[in-house]
Design a protein around this ligand. Structure first.
Ligand SMILES: [Zn+2]
Ligand SMILES: [Zn+2]
Length: 104
């Protein structure tokens, strides 16, 4: 093990000293895995616009509900901020979709 740590087994790019389930995993991949886990355990939402079942999508490690029918997205409280952080970090410039932001 070098001072830079092991190569991340998930992306095979970044070196890390963090582990996930005993395997060297970089911080970014850990966040992504946790987001995927959340997406799997959360129930599906229904679109407030047209009642279609929304599908889960992971953008910048944030779990979004996207309506396959109208393309609208649902963000949980705090997710917009997380997303904005990702966007401001230069990871994206345009979402191109409506946002449903709940009142809490
Ligand atoms: Zn990684
Ligand atoms: Zn919809």
């Amino acid at each position: 093990m070098s001072i830079w740590g092991e190569k991340c087994v998930r992306c095979g790019e970044r070196r890390t000293r963090d582990t996930y389930e005993g395997l060297p995993t970089c911080e970014e991949c850990i966040q992504n895995l946790k987001a995927r886990l959340r997406a799997e355990t959360e129930g599906h939402r229904v679109c407030p616009m047209d009642g279609a079942a929304m599908s889960k999508e992971i953008v910048y490690n944030v779990v979004l509900d996207r309506c396959p029918s109208c393309g609208g997205m649902w963000l949980d409280g705090g997710e917009l901020e997380l997303l904005r952080t990702g966007i401001e970090a230069g990871m994206a410039s345009d979402l191109g979709h409506a946002l449903f932001v709940p009142p809490f």
